[in-house]
Design a protein around this ligand. Structure first.
Ligand code: SF4
Ligand code: SF4
Length: 267
């Protein structure tokens, strides 16, 4: 017993005071993309467009666009661009309320790496403040590779301590306020996802975690997949999109906190 107490005192308090303190993330982490909105003289963006495995990059008259909802954050485009027009910052707060807000069209803001609370990108589709004090989520692993699922699970450990925000995973969709979906939604999981969605009482929310859940990711176009949550659930049902492949656990936590963050963190 004394050894346990001694070890507890030795370890101290390990939970990070997030979001008021910036988490320490690997220097190799690829966060918010930053694009230079001018044309590329050396190859007219051919190098980056060619290497992108998911078609996340597009070139318009205004310059390049990067869709975080399709991006694997593999950095192949960054390495391919000789003019350094595409770079990845260390900013982990990537969640968005709308699909369009996941599209990056210019340079990243300069002050973004300051710690603190913020809303997700874009406008909320509806008022989510009802979920501000207590949020129970049913996790649906809809054909994911288990990397997104592992990063969702790790939020229950003492470093992240999801429960201190009043957020928990529910054992039954009947007891949940919404669903958190990972994976591209395989044909075999289509019915399970719809049944789970139907079982959650109204009003309910949907959080799509990972590029697979947002757009199908690398499985987009597969006849065994459904190209993400939005191709199965009713239109407009996704409230928060959390990009990444897999998203960093801090990115997922930020995405979940963006549901009624004002009330829970500030209130
Ligand atoms: S980092 Fe994203 S945009 Fe760049 S090549 Fe990889 S998937 Fe495509
Ligand atoms: S988004 Fe990436 S990590 Fe997540 S389930 Fe799909 S392939 Fe796996």
């Amino acid at each position: 017993m004394l050894n346990i107490i001694r070890e507890r005192l030795h370890q101290g308090y390990r939970t990070l005071n997030y979001p008021f303190v910036s988490p320490t993330i690997s220097p190799r982490f690829a966060g918010l993309p930053s694009l230079t909105p001018t044309s590329c003289r050396s190859c007219n963006h051919r190098a980056c467009l060619t290497v992108c495995p998911t078609g996340a990059l597009r070139v318009t008259a205004e310059g390049p666009e990067l869709d975080m909802g399709r991006c694997l954050f593999c950095r192949a485009c960054e390495q391919a661009c000789q003019e350094h027009k595409i770079t990845f910052t260390h900013e982990h707060r990537l969640a968005a309320y709308t699909r369009d807000a996941l599209i990056v069209r210019g340079p990243a803001p300069e002050d973004m790496e300051r710690p603190g609370i913020r809303q997700a990108r874009g406008q909320q589709k509806r008022d989510l403040s009802l979920f501000g004090r207590s949020l129970k989520l049913r996790e649906v692993s809809a054909g994911g590779c288990m990397a997104c699922e592992a990063d969702v699970n790790v939020l229950g450990t003492l470093i992240y301590d999801l429960g201190r925000f009043g957020i928990e995973y529910a054992a039954s969709p009947r007891h949940a306020d919404g669903i958190l979906v990972t994976g591209p939604v395989t044909e075999n999981m289509r019915k399970a996802l719809l049944d789970t969605w139907d079982a959650v009482p109204e009003p309910k929310i949907v959080i799509a975690v990972g590029v697979c859940a947002i757009s199908g990711g690398t499985f987009r176009g597969s006849r065994e997949g459904c190209n993400g949550v939005e191709s199965v659930l009713p239109e407009g049902s996704v409230d928060v999109y959390v990009p990444g492949c897999p998203p960093n656990p801090w990115t997922i936590l930020d995405g979940i906190l963006s549901v009624a963050w004002k009330k829970r963190i500030a209130g």
